[in-house]
Design a protein around this ligand. Structure first.
Ligand code: SF4
Length: 386
């Protein structure tokens, strides 16, 4: 089953998997040491985009473009210019479109910043994670606090919309060090902050270090306290929570992520990229050489999985995506299309969660309370189909 071009696609995701190193906590489709394939990969990406444009016939009207990775800030300038000339020819890109690139400090030059600006990129998402150099080294992340400061200083005159990613719960980061990081973050010229909980993914080098007790992670209680402190701290500085992990000054909420959360159709191109046409979720091949050779031979997206969502899966997605957002999810929307028996059960469970202070209902929207936010996963499980 293929992506349905009749879906009106307003968001495009472009995956660039190349990284200058592999961080030891990384679960993403990212590869280090394969830069010699950048040109061939770029050619494959262009072919995949061109095929999509041809299949759609009518030009799609894009409101967001997101270059993620991997480390898209390593995209060579000449290839990036080529990519954007193809995008502007193949799509109508809204004048107000949000065009983002993920950036790793230490991989940027002044020239790159100017090229990004010249092609219309208007939002940088900077992977800061931590400012403690010894922690970054232990994560095999080759960047420094100085790289971050240099990047922010050089980028801020060119880009008004800058986001930073931080990881809460890294080993060897004390409570005071986390608070110092956040104290600096609110002084930076940024309008958006993402705070992710460290997840130790199986089979990553960090996972094995934790298994062998070579690193110790902060206790859950400390992380929960710091999370609540962070929500308050950023809020006091005008950077308001709008999703479990995302905070923004008003008007700077990520349009691209909002499209995901609202389940609007988006097309993903590149290695391991996912797409959603309103009915189907599809994923591209995750092996670099297979991805490249398949496109070289056949042109179209090399899909490895395509799944038509059942009503149960749609309900689960609405729950998972809706409850993470500060605006919540409408009770009526959550219950649309579910069977009568489940409708009653679910309504009853929602009322119990409200009584117990995990959920609140505001203007018919169900919203997690601070106590509920921490238990988001468990609450989603409770409200799922049995
Ligand atoms: S830079 Fe990002 S994508 Fe690349 S290895 Fe590190 S965490 Fe993974």
């Amino acid at each position: 089953m293929n992506y349905n071009c009749a879906a009106s696609t307003s968001s495009l995701y472009i995956h660039w998997p190349f990284c200058p190193y592999k961080c030891n906590f990384c679960p993403f489709v990212a590869i280090a040491g394969h830069d010699q394939f950048m040109q061939r990969y770029h050619n494959a990406l262009i072919k995949e985009i061109q095929k999509f444009v041809d299949d759609c016939g009518e030009k799609q009207h894009l409101k967001t473009v997101f270059m993620g990775g991997g480390t898209p800030s390593t995209y060579p300038n000449d290839l990036l210019l080529d990519m954007y000339s193809i995008l502007y020819k193949g799509f109508i890109i809204d004048a107000q479109a949000e065009i983002s690139i993920e950036v790793n400090p230490g991989t940027v030059t002044q020239e790159k910043l100017e090229v990004w600006k010249s092609v219309g990129i208007n939002r940088l998402s900077i992977g800061v994670q931590s400012l403690k150099d010894s922690v970054l080294q232990s994560l095999n992340r080759h960047q420094s606090a100085q790289d971050v400061e240099w990047l922010l200083k050089q980028a801020s005159p060119l880009f008004d919309n800058i986001s930073v990613d931080l990881i809460l719960g890294l080993p060897e980061v004390s409570t005071d060090e986390w608070k110092e990081l956040l104290a600096r973050a609110v002084r930076w010229p940024v309008n958006h902050v993402s705070v992710y909980f460290l997840t130790v993914h199986e089979n990553t080098p960090l996972y094995f270090k934790v298994q062998r007790n070579q690193v110790s992670l902060p206790p859950d209680d400390t992380i929960i306290d710091l999370y609540h402190w962070t929500v308050d701290w950023l809020g006091k500085h005008g950077i308001l929570q709008y999703e479990l992990s995302n905070f923004a000054r008003p008007g700077y909420e990520s349009k691209h992520n909002t499209a995901y959360w609202e389940r609007v159709p988006y097309k993903g191109v590149g290695l391991g990229a996912c797409s959603f046409d309103g009915m189907l979720r599809l994923q591209n091949e995750k092996n670099l050489m297979k991805y490249i050779t398949e496109i070289e031979q056949k042109s179209h997206s090399p899909i490895i999985s395509s799944e038509q969502l059942t009503s149960e899966q749609v309900h689960l997605e609405k729950l998972m995506l809706g409850l993470r957002r500060s605006k919540g999810v409408a009770r009526a929307e959550l219950l649309t299309g579910v069977k009568q028996k489940f409708w009653e059960q679910c309504n009853h469970k929602i009322d119990t969660l409200i009584e117990n202070g995990f959920l609140k209902e505001k203007d018919s929207q169900l919203v997690l309370t601070p106590k509920g936010l921490i238990l988001e996963n468990e609450i989603v499980v409770q409200l799922s189909f049995d």
